[in-house]
Design a protein around this ligand. Structure first.
Ligand code: NAP
Length: 259
């Protein structure tokens, strides 16, 4: 299938590893030139270099914390007039409902709600002027079904989801399409550290904890960054112009709902 993406330019935030990297690689595979971002320079340089070698696209690296105003300003300056924005950042830490104070909530809201909103506000006007754009926000299955220990994530992502629900309908008529991708458990560093947290809290081996989590997923396994990236590339493609403001679960069937 021709995705119609050759020669487009995308900003993929938080993309040196994991799901962001999966999205960057899938877009590069469709001929999209990239602006990639992460805080750690080394992993970002390695990921960018591998993409240049494998796919022959242009890759600009911006080492920055995307959740800060200063980081966003530098990323946006490097990005310029991008056609595609993939919003992503690290997820908040786990805990109990009583663990978090105001500062913890502000940090989570900054990272997982206000940062993607700020980047959309900065980049949507250019997309609207050019009559074409795509935004994919990486959120979480917790938007559909709360993960009790991730209360900060549940809260911040619900706020972003509400903003996207309205905004996506305001810009769709201008050729700009915004959707959210909701990862269930995927095999990334984030999943490894959450599994390790369960081992530390409850005992057992890492393998036992992982097997238990796999057993809770109808597909019987974790998702891969490659699968996730492919879904992102489709939502950025010319075929996705009638998919507006949706929340697409990629969870191996883990969220047990009919709709
Ligand atoms: P990951 O494997 O830990 O990768 C995170 C990536 O984001 C790294 O490249 C990291 O590089 C970068 N990053 C983190 N914080 C950043 C920041 N403030 N500014 C710029 N770059 C930043 O995580 P992942 O599994 O891909 O998860 C991505 C998102 O999906 C997270 O929000 C996570 O909560 C959510 N999610 C993941 C899963 C899952 O099972 N994997 C499930 C549901 C939701 P640096 O550390 O060098 O900055």
């Amino acid at each position: 299938m021709d995705m119609g993406l050759t020669g487009k330019r995308a900003l993929v935030c938080a993309s040196s590893k994991g799901l962001g990297l999966g999205c960057a690689r899938a877009l590069a595979g469709e001929g999209v030139n990239l602006v990639m971002n992460a805080r750690g320079a080394e992993a970002l340089a390695q990921a960018a270099s591998a993409i240049r070698d494998e796919f022959g696209v242009e890759v600009t690296e911006v080492v920055a914390d995307i959740t800060t105003a200063e980081g966003q300003a530098r990323v946006l300056e490097a990005a310029g007039d991008v056609d595609i924005l993939v919003n992503n950042a690290g997820g908040p830490p786990p805990g109990m409902w009583h663990d978090w104070n105001r500062d913890d909530f502000i940090k989570a809201l900054d990272a997982n709600m206000l940062t993607p909103i700020a980047l959309m506000k900065a980049l949507l006007p250019g997309m609207i002027d050019r009559g074409w754009g795509r935004v994919v926000n990486i959120t979480s299955q917790s938007v559909k079904s709360p993960i009790p220990v991730l209360g900060l994530s549940n809260s911040a992502r619900a706020g972003l989801t509400g903003y996207v629900a309205g905004t996506s309908r305001q810009v769709a008529g201008k050729g700009v399409i915004i959707n959210n991708l909701l990862p269930g458990i995927h095999d990334t560093d984030r999943a490894t550290s959450l599994d390790q947290a369960v081992v530390d809290a409850q005992g057992g081996t890492f393998e036992e904890v992982r097997a238990q989590r796999c057993a809770s997923i109808p597909a019987g396994r974790y998702g891969t960054p490659e699968e996730f990236g492919a879904a992102c590339a489709f939502l950025c493609s010319k075929h996705a112009g009638f998919i507006v403001g949706q929340n697409l679960l990629l969870d191996g069937g883990a969220v047990n709902t009919t709709l």
